[in-house]
Write a protein that binds this ligand. Sequence first.
Ligand code: UD1
Ligand code: CA
Length: 458
Amino acid sequence: MTVHPPLEVVVLAAGKGTRMRSDLPKVLHTLAGRPLLAHVLDTVHALGARAVHVVYGHGGERVPQAFPDAGAQWVLQDQQLGTGHAVSAAMPGVPDEATVLVVYGDVPLIRVGTLRALVGAAENAPLALLTVELDEPAAYGRIVREQDEVSRIVEYKDADEAIRAIREINTGFLAARAGNLRRWLAKLDANNAQGEFYLTDVVALAVAEGISVATENPATVSEIEGINSKVELARLERQYQMNKAQELMEQGVILRDPARFDLRGELVAGRDVVIDVNVILEGKVELGDGVHIGPNSIVRDSVIEAGSQVLANCVIEESRIGAGCSVGPFARLRPGAELADRAKAGNFVEIKNSQIAEGSKINHLTYIGDTTMGSGVNIGAGTITANYDGANKHRTVIGDNASIGANSVLIAPVTVGAGATLGAGTMLRKDAPEGTLTISEIRQKTIEGWKRPVKNKP
Ligand code: UD1
Ligand code: CA
């Protein structure tokens, strides 16, 4: 059995991000609904790192405060004097025998497999770099090789034309044994075009000790792309969404248009799930076999069981929908809405903190809040549960097979017994007994001889 040295990760997240033109620290900008740094932290935790050190600075305490449960050690880099200076700030907490992996807080799409390969390379060589060849290497640092062996990295701003012509670039990710890295970092100076302590200079220092530097490549270029502007943020958001759409389609989900699908969280989907265009899924969403989600719908932190249909333009949050239900079009299920199997919530229906038992139908223009509803109930159009008296919320209870006439107002707390019927327009202030008909007496009167007003002649 090979014994792997313990892994400690240093996440660089202190930079200013001037080109974001924002008051928000760069790593707190969101991709797929979560801060950039959250994506990176998830990835490094998946590597099984023994410790994660996050170097922060610009934006101050707002950065650590945004991650109260990060399981990270926060290292303040007061002044941002360069990437070498930033890594040095984290090193006092890292023991010599550990392998150190350096990642960036603003490079969110890096994959676990790529980092694993880089760490693996650093277990066999004292220093390993993640590099890639680009057709347009732009302003990245260049990897200089002599007889194929890496000899140094030259930053774009320090490079002459010949070096700028090199297409192999430094992604910034590297891994090395902590004891060695500490020794090299101590020798860095800031004699360069930017007056910074460059982490990249450790390469020439290692080579000067006769060390041969290993390199690894990422599977895709988007993995190593950083975010420096809102244009790049939008581009990587699309890339992320395309990756997620691809994964879901490979698992069997039908996306009517993968370019018009947004996942801001996690989706667990059964077989033959169909998702129409412009659907946004947030938080944890579970869709059972054969579920259809109609166009322009938002589903957040909800479970929808097998065979249910969500028609166009619905908003569903923290809700649970049983099997064979129909929701929408234009329905809003707010937190705590629970529909049992075969229940129905039609157009312009809002349901909040309510349990709707099997097969009950709420078809049109209705508000159901803080309600316990039995099975087989029919709710007429325009029904309102008046659950709020201006100070407190009260419950409405509706028994099995009750029938509520159109435009009724149920003033909670109130109970409708099983099998009870309310006439249209009932203003229910007292309980309606089981099996009875309750109506509100609104006397109808016809006024004989009444005439419509007519316009005055000028
Ligand atoms: C760096 C590399 C360059 C590489 C490029 C890849 C150096 C000297 N150069 O350049 O070779 O091609 O990344 O994107 O390393 N940071 C701090 N504290 C600092 C300075 C930076 O935490 O004092 C953080 C930044 O927030 C950022 C990362 O380090 O996450 C990289 O810094 P940045 O200034 O963007 O480096 P580049 O000039 O792009
Ligand atoms: Ca950068």
